[in-house]
Design a protein around this ligand. Structure first.
Ligand code: WQD
Length: 342
């Protein structure tokens, strides 16, 4: 049984990827220090997959702890590295915490891959590296724009660290640039668990609809878009998780064409904030209260993926609709009950 390390495997995308790995007969080892999730996610993964993966509470940015942990796992077929701080606003307040954690953990994991070059490595990157792209849809060879936040910079610099290490140590890696992952597993056993007030649109929508928050504030309705609200590429988290399986198997098959390959993970369709609200209402039959508010600093006007490369080379494309994502997000919120969002 091939063993794959899933760092941040109790997080949103990590937990959904662990479920898909287990469903395909991989052994998943989860490393997660619960800095932005809850241990109960492991129960959800087990309930879906029928297997309880091993979980180690380890700070991967701590050199001694990380190296000791990795020394016990010299037989990894792959590492899928999700673990990172990811709050854009927080990164502006605490940049050094973001650089130490996000880049420190990456470098320590790559040190292990340099010593075990057969271990495939997948890096969670983000469409945030494109900033406001000049052309839409956004292709992987679009220019990288100066990061709007230290968080975004950890993704840009992370990709550079990956490229330098892969070339110097002759191993292969894939960076996946997520657009906007949303939704939850259709079983409603795992989903997004924003701790505190959600900064992202969809968890705020579901918490507002559940009565845990006031009306949604739509940040800006005077953008040069079809209805004045920002456009994003919202992709179901299960589609994102499946892309990691395709990327892992491309690495394990030795099929990659460069030391580091980069793929966009999006649907290829842009949706406005108002269209997301409408999709939520269609999916749930509920009405969502919202007000227009001033634009949020740092927001790009529009971002959605060119999906041709992922389709052609990974053989992957998103299958789930925006409405299905919103329905699954709502069912997960209902399953959480009233104890969330406080
Ligand atoms: C989407 C749209 C908001 C909340 C961020 C990170 C990105 C990735 C995904 C980690 C925007 C609007 C939001 C609200 C609103 N994170 N909005 N009211 O900013 O596209 O991407 O999360 O990898 O790196 O940058 O996602 O969900 O925050 O916002 O109107 O209460 O919804 O203005 O137009 P974003 P988001």
């Amino acid at each position: 049984m091939k063993k794959v390390l899933v760092t941040g495997g109790l997080g949103f995308i990590g937990s959904h990827t662990a479920v898909e790995l287990l469903g395909r007969g991989y052994e998943a080892v989860i490393a997660d220090n619960l800095s932005n999730t809850r241990a109960a996610v492991l129960d959800g993964i087990e309930a879906i997959a029928g297997v309880r993966p091993s979980w180690v509470d380890v700070d991967l940015a701590d050199p001694t702890a990380c190296r000791a942990f990795l020394a016990r796992h010299g037989d990894l077929a792959g590492i899928i590295h999700f673990a990172a701080h990811k709050a854009v606003g927080e990164s502006v307040q605490k940049p050094l915490q973001y650089y130490l954690n996000n880049l420190g953990s990456l470098a320590l994991l790559l040190e292990h891959v340099a010593a075990h070059p057969a271990c495939g490595f997948i890096f969670s990157s983000s469409c945030t590296v494109y900033g406001q792209a000049d052309e839409l849809p956004i292709r992987e060879d679009a220019p990288i724009k100066p990061a709007e936040s230290p968080y975004g910079n950890t993704k840009q610099v992370g990709e550079e660290v990956l490229r330098d290490a892969a070339r110097a140590h002759d191993f292969k890696a894939i960076a996946l640039r997520y657009f906007n992952p949303i939704g939850a597993h259709p079983s409603a056993r795992i989903g997004e668990l924003p701790l505190g007030v959600p900064q992202n649109l969809v968890p705020f929508i579901t918490q507002s609809a559940a009565g845990l928050r006031g009306p949604l504030k739509v940040f800006g309705n005077d953008y040069p878009t079809r209805d004045g609200t920002c456009v994003r590429d919202y992709i179901h988290v299960v589609d994102v998780a499946l892309a990691h399986i395709y990327a892992l198997e491309r690495l394990l098959d030795g099929a990659t064409a460069a030391p580091v390959e980069v793929f966009n993970l999006g649907t290829g369709t842009g949706s406005t904030v108002l269209e997301v609200i409408a999709a939520f209402e269609r999916a749930t039959g509920k009405r969502l209260a919202y007000d227009f508010a001033p634009r949020r600093p740092g927001d790009v006007i529009a971002a959605y993926a060119d999906t041709a490369k992922a389709s052609r080379e990974l053989g992957w494309k998103a299958e789930r609709s925006l409405e299905q994502s919103m329905g699954d997000a709502w069912r997960w919120q209902e399953a959480l009950g009233a104890d969330e969002g406080v």
